[in-house]
Design a protein around this ligand. Structure first.
Ligand SMILES: [Ca+2]
Ligand SMILES: [Ca+2]
Length: 95
């Protein structure tokens, strides 16, 4: 259970970074970051399109995000791999 909670906290950060990377130069840029993240999250993770992201959908999406960040496919996110996440997040606040 503790591991899952950690995974969810990491997931939130990963989603924010993923949403940012995926939305370059679209009309969605006009939306606020909160709206954008929520909309992107729904677009990307709401598999059955019921307008909500279930825990199952969320965890599946997060697994895919993990794989995306895990460049060398060793099933671990190294400092360098996580740095991509940090760079995206700092880009969000830096404008
Ligand atoms: Ca759903
Ligand atoms: Ca890795």
């Amino acid at each position: 259970m503790r591991i899952q909670r950690k995974a969810i906290l990491l997931a939130a950060a990963v989603i924010a970074a993923g949403a940012l990377a995926a939305c370059a130069e679209t009309k969605e840029q006009r939306l606020s970051m909160g709206e954008l993240s929520a909309q992107r999250m729904l677009d990307l993770a709401d598999v059955n399109k019921d307008g909500n992201v279930s825990k199952e959908e969320f965890l599946k999406f997060m697994g895919e995000e993990f794989d995306r960040l895990d460049r060398n496919k060793d099933q671990r996110l190294s400092r360098e791999e996580l740095q991509r996440l940090n760079e995206s997040l700092s880009g969000m606040t830096g404008g």
